[in-house]
Design a protein around this ligand. Structure first.
Ligand code: 5GP
Ligand code: MN
Length: 330
């Protein structure tokens, strides 16, 4: 089904399954502050390995599991105390560089073999085997193609994880990364038994009131620049605390700003601490925000990227407004 799988990709996927067969201790991890694609693809691969093999299989997430993915992860099983732990095989999913591994970065020198499965344009090919295709909608979709190529059975549980990865990374099949193949994959997953409405309720219709109240405060204070081509919202610690919310659960603001007709680039700034700001960028048309992110040692995709700035919310906003002038002040 995957259209242009080149020989290198095929060889890498064969190697991936060989390495799995030949390894006793395997660990599957994703990127820091895990999102739907990260959690869905890590859990799908973990589920596959757990059911198909009698091996020591572990998984890890660095950062809080967002409220809407809690039922996807048995948090008691998340890898902790791994300083001295050695793995035969470390599979890294949905993560473009070593820094994004967060605390699990220390697993890199402690693992005999590292395989990275990813779709980020900015992937640095840090692993021994890199199965990376930036044209694919999500790591979940890429994993599906790999499992199919290996003639592996996809259980209902795996299908639910993969479906979740796809819908969250494609904005429900709306981003330009969505291909006809993405839809064919989804259709196969539905044939396996995925209940589309159940997953929709789980992921999107389950927001805590505290999160929504914080969201409303943030979107009532969007600043616009360059004839409304740039919209910036700030999620301050004050707003988060006042509403008793969790900063990582306040999602969707950057997409909300992009819905505005005039906006070309939308931006959300999260106050990690008074001197550290997390930046999320989205573009609507031709501006490649992954290029902007690279300048700040971040990464991502052409239309969705992110990075951090060592500065306050206000300072970061000023830096961004200046940085984006060349793109927007035409
Ligand atoms: P988000 O804005 O939703 O956090 O992330 C959008 C995209 O940019 C995702 O693909 C994510 O992996 C990537 N991204 C976000 N923050 C960072 C970062 O600090 N470093 C890198 N390399 N990628 C990031
Ligand atoms: Mn992804």
């Amino acid at each position: 089904m995957m259209n242009q799988m080149n020989q290198k990709m095929k060889n890498n996927i064969k190697e991936f399954f060989n390495e799995i067969n030949n390894s006793d201790k395997i660990c599957v991890i994703g990127h820091i502050a895990p999102d739907g694609d990260c959690i869905g693809s890590v859990m799908a691969l973990y589920e596959f390995l757990k059911t198909e093999f009698d091996k020591d299989i572990r998984f890890g997430f660095d950062g809080k599991i967002p409220y809407n993915f809690k039922s996807y992860v048995d948090e008691k099983l998340i890898l902790t105390d791994f300083e001295d732990k050695k793995f035969d095989l470390l599979v890294v999913l949905d993560c473009g560089d070593e820094e994004r591994l967060g605390k699990y970065k220390s697993l890199i020198p402690n693992s005999k073999k590292i395989i990275c499965v990813d779709h980020h344009k900015t992937n640095t090919e840090f692993a021994d085997i890199n199965i990376v295709d930036p044209t694919i909608s999500s790591t979940g979709e890429l994993l599906f193609h790999m499992l199919k190529f290996g003639n592996k059975q996809i259980s209902l549980k795996m299908a639910e994880y993969i479906y979740t990865a796809i819908i969250t990374d494609t904005g429900n099949f709306s981003y330009s990364s969505t291909s006809s193949t993405t839809h064919r994959v989804a259709s196969e997953l539905i044939d396996i038994g995925v209940d589309v409405a159940k997953i929709d309720n789980q992921i999107y219709n389950s927001k805590p009131v505290s999160t929504v109240k914080a969201y409303i405060e943030c979107i009532s204070n969007i600043n616009f620049y360059y004839n409304n081509k740039l919209g910036i919202a700030k999620i301050s610690d004050e707003i988060v605390k006042r509403n008793n919310a969790n900063i990582n659960d306040i999602e969707g603001i950057v997409e909300f700003i992009r819905e505005i007709n005039e906006v070309e680039i939308s931006c959300v700034l999260k106050e990690y601490n008074p001197a550290l700001t997390k930046v999320s960028l989205r573009s609507k048309n031709d501006i490649d925000v992954s290029e902007i992110s690279k300048k700040f040692e971040g990464g991502g995709h052409a239309k969705a990227a992110g990075f951090q700035i060592n500065g306050s919310l206000k300072e970061s906003e000023a830096i961004l407004v200046k940085e984006l002038e060349v793109y927007l002040n035409k």
